[in-house]
Design a protein around this ligand. Structure first.
Ligand SMILES: Nc1ncnc2c1ncn2[C@@H]1O[C@H](COP(=O)(O)OP(=O)(O)OP(=O)(O)O)[C@@H](O)[C@H]1O
Ligand SMILES: [Mg+2]
Length: 510
């Protein structure tokens, strides 16, 4: 299905006071809207002055059923900047609550995001599209730099095979937005099968509003977790099964984060997707030097969301979700059993991912039974990487190449304590003797990305975009959507970060 825009041959009218209806042949089924007024406030996005394209993902256009060429039209630009309404959409801002940095924050909600509606199985949301009833002290806007980071990172996560919300495009404007300094506004158009968060459930549970709580849970089960309806394991308690399914998906997502060295930075319960998708790309970071205690968010003074805390925090957040679902589950033992699946699921998934990174896998079945020896190999390696603060991405890619060529010097050079690395390498090589080298090297090159969105690369794209050069955003997108490919023209992006990368500070300000 394609989008066709009703052409208006009169001169382009970008005056925010007279928006033009953008007609599409996309079928909109706004099922979240059908939940009713307890869940949202109907609200149109606010206009951006003289918008321009900052970045666009043709892959996401295809996913939505949009002809990618439409991403080059003024009409769609106006629509996705929030200036012109799209026929069939029913824009709204949803209400949710949540725990922020471990404390109950009360009512939050889409303070700067507008859900346009749902098409082709995806909800389409504009982030940074103006004030809503849930904006609290904020201005409803997002700045160019954070919008570029969200756009590129969500596509990069997808490229890495990590469950995530995705992004269609970023539109920008010279409208001024004040943060620590004056900046300019931008809007990310992002998509996901659902943007429902743990915080949506917490909202109604905290208010003891059982009827909307049940309605929301039933909606999520019916649409996204229909298997919970089949009476099998847990004596037919669909809500306990929902909790277990969300627990397992969340564990899988965080295992992926840990395997690629991704720090989320703001794992508040209002940033946790009910579908186990990576969501809200704020002060995130792909680590350069491996440091298990790394804190990527400069506003996180206590290190609550440090890299090595992420699995425990995800589990904590799931307890908050479990608490919210308790009136429906009505059986503590079943709720605890559901939550109890987190640790084994995480452990299993993490082991699988790390074994793939090391090439220690039965390539045909893509599984490996967690042996104690392999677990030890992984643990010891992570300790070595941490002690010498070895660049995480570089290490894994060089190891993959070393296994392919059987020359380990380049990877050895990354360590300060080389005898320690040699000791580990000896054990690893012994283990490798049991496996087909060619298949193993191939698996490793597909499991260890050459490129991740290092902070400094995002910074380069942002600095160029501030001068209206959006080519770096486009190049980054191209490379990061296929991070396991060689991309020889971008070799320098695969190397060590420059010294100035260490001075980049990313806070919650966005
Ligand atoms: N500039 C702003 N104006 C209004 N509300 C804001 C602003 N920034 C954040 N908020 C709101 O504050 C709460 C917490 O913000 P947080 O940084 O977690 O989310 P976010 O980055 O806005 O977006 P999302 O979670 O939708 O990706 C949310 O309710 C969010 O909508
Ligand atoms: Mg958020």
């Amino acid at each position: 299905m394609g989008l066709t825009i009703q052409r208006d041959n009169s001169p382009m009218n970008t005056d925010r006071s007279s928006p033009q209806l953008v007609q599409t042949d996309l079928a909109w089924h706004n099922r979240f809207h059908q939940l009713g007024p307890d869940f949202f406030t109907p609200l149109a996005p606010q206009a951006l002055t003289e918008p321009y394209w900052v970045g666009r993902s043709e892959a996401v256009a295809n996913l939505l059923g949009l002809q990618p060429s439409l991403l080059y039209t003024e009409d769609l630009l106006q629509a996705l900047a929030g200036n012109w309404p799209i026929t069939g959409t029913q824009p709204l801002a949803s209400v949710y609550s949540g725990h922020q940095f471990g404390s109950w924050a009360g009512q939050l909600g889409d303070g700067r995001a507008i859900l346009l509606g749902e098409t082709n199985g995806f909800e389409v949301q504009l982030k940074g599209s103006g004030l809503t009833p849930y904006s609290r002290m904020g201005d409803g806007r997002a700045v160019l730099r954070s919008s570029i980071r969200e756009f590129v990172c969500s596509e990069a996560m997808h490229g890495l095979g990590i469950p995530t919300t995705r992004a269609l495009c970023v539109t920008g404007s010279d409208d001024q937005v004040w943060r620590e300094t004056p900046e300019t506004a931008a809007v990310v158009t992002r998509i996901a099968p659902s943007f429902i968060r743990f915080g949506h459930f917490e909202h109604f549970a905290a208010r003891q509003q059982l009827s909307p709580l049940r309605k929301l849970a039933d909606y999520v089960i019916e649409r996204y977790y229909p298997a919970c309806l089949t009476p099998s394991t847990q004596s037919g308690n669909a809500y306990a099964k929902l909790l277990q399914s969300v627990t397992e998906r969340t564990a899988v997502m965080v295992a992926h984060w840990q395997s690629v060295g991704f720090c989320h930075g703001v794992m508040n319960t209002d940033n946790m997707s009910i579908l186990g998708l990576t969501m809200d790309f704020g002060p995130f970071q792909f680590m350069d030097a491996f440091d298990p205690g790394h804190i990527c968010n400069h506003s996180d003074h206590g290190g609550r969301y440090a890299f090595d805390q992420q699995p425990d925090i995800a589990h904590w957040n799931l307890y908050a979700l479990g608490q919210a679902l308790m009136p429906l589950i009505a059986d503590q033992a079943q709720a605890l059993a559901a939550l109890g699946t987190f640790k084994p699921t995480f452990k299993h998934q993490f082991h699988q991912l790390m074994c793939a990174k090391l090439g220690l896998m039965d390539v045909a079945s893509q599984t490996s039974d967690p042996t104690l020896a392999d677990q030890q190999l992984i643990t010891e390696l992570l300790q070595l990487l941490a002690i010498d603060r070895v660049d995480y991405t570089l290490f894994w890619r060089r190891l993959s190449q070393a296994v392919a060529s059987q020359h380990f010097e380049a990877v050895r050079d990354l360590f300060l304590d080389r005898p320690m690395f040699d000791h580990w390498l000896l054990q690893y090589k012994e283990r490798l003797m049991l496996i087909n080298k060619e298949l193993q090297a191939d698996l490793m090159l597909k499991s260890n990305p050459k490129f991740v969105l290092r902070n400094y690369l995002g910074e380069k794209a942002i600095q160029a975009a501030k001068t209206k050069d959006f080519s770096v955003v486009a190049d980054l997108l191209k490379v990061l959507q296929h991070p396991f490919d060689e991309h020889p023209a971008f070799e320098s992006w695969a190397g060590s970060p420059p010294d100035w990368a260490a001075s980049i500070a990313i806070s919650c300000s966005s």
